[in-house]
Design a protein around this ligand. Structure first.
Ligand code: AMP
Ligand code: MN
Ligand code: MN
Ligand code: MN
Length: 285
């Protein structure tokens, strides 16, 4: 069974529509897919409609990826099996979207001071109603020749401490875990090795995530070595957490695709251990 519990659509910074993402997941043989857009659940209903209308053999998990603050860092918490209709949850996500808009305005001002004018209208047009992310800024800056790659833009303009970077006012990590629980979901610490933390700090993060009521760690995410996967599972065991897997798919690249290389070994307890999965098996292929 192929399970991928972290992916993005046009509703945040992915490149495929919810329907397009579903079609690609089917093409890649994915059986269970969570859509986890940044601070929005807008992609879930159209995705489920596409599945129903075509009676596709794919189970959609209602998800979200919340940007949070912890110790001056930006930490991403994925919520799985949340109720996307919960009014309180929707209101809470709306506050995150508002923070995104305010941040975008300030980012545009800072870029303007550095001789890059008219960024905000371009970014708003690119986002076209989606959650406003730094990815949209990056795509625009690449398109006007400010850098040759997305990575280059983050290194030069948008990464922490760079001229276009604005420190965020996201929800605290512990509060986001509570938001997810209040909406009926489980909270997953996303891509723990992407925050450029030392091993000591990764351990501290996992410990405080667990202490705040977190449920699972993404043990499998792209570009991790087998040793790193084992170390993350060891952290899960230490703190009584389960393991999640996710491609963090935004668009197909040579090294990443939806549902690709997301294998857990048999000794690992997956986050879906107690879920009513529709397929015959509950272990990944
Ligand atoms: P935001 O949530 O608006 O701060 O945007 C963060 C998003 O930017 C992440 O979810 C990634 O999709 C993207 N991102 C971050 N760093 C990079 C990078 N070095 N290259 C390409 N995309 C990146
Ligand atoms: Mn993203
Ligand atoms: Mn993330
Ligand atoms: Mn993501």
């Amino acid at each position: 069974m192929k399970i991928d519990l972290h992916s993005h659509t046009l509703c945040s910074d992915g490149v495929l529509s919810p329907e397009g993402l579903i079609a690609r997941a089917i093409e890649k043989g994915v059986d269970v897919l969570a859509i986890t857009d940044h601070d929005t659940v807008a992609g879930l209903a159209p995705a489920q409609q596409a599945i129903n209308a075509q009676q596709l053999p794919l189970q959609l998990i209602n998800g979200v990826e919340i940007s949070t603050g912890w110790q001056q860092l930006e930490i991403h918490i994925v919520g799985l099996n949340i109720n996307p209709q919960c009014p309180q949850f929707l209101q809470r996500l709306a506050s995150q979207q508002q923070a995104r808009l305010v941040r975008a305005e300030e980012m545009a001002r800072r870029l303007e001071k550095n001789q890059i004018p008219d960024v905000l209208p371009a970014v708003l047009a690119l986002a076209n109603g989606a959650a406003l992310t730094r990815t949209h800024f990056a795509r625009h800056l690449v398109s006007i020749g400010k850098a040759s790659s997305m990575d280059g833009v983050f290194k030069k303009y948008l990464g922490r401490g760079k001229i276009g970077y604005v420190p965020n006012n996201w929800v605290e990590m512990a509060d986001a875990i509570e938001w997810i629980h209040d909406a009926g979901g489980v909270a997953v610490l996303a891509h723990p090795l992407k925050y450029k933390l030392t091993t000591k700090w990764v351990k501290r993060l996992a410990e405080q995530f667990a202490a705040a009521g977190g449920d699972a760690i993404e043990v499998i995410s792209p570009q991790q070595t087998p040793v790193q996967k084992r170390e993350l599972w060891a952290l899960c065991q230490l703190h009584g957490l389960t393991a999640s897997v996710g491609s963090d798919f935004h668009q197909a690249t040579t090294w990443n695709d939806i549902g690709k290389n997301l294998y857990l070994t048999d000794d690992v307890i997956p986050v879906w251990a107690n879920w009513p999965l529709q397929g015959n098996a509950v272990t990944p292929a």
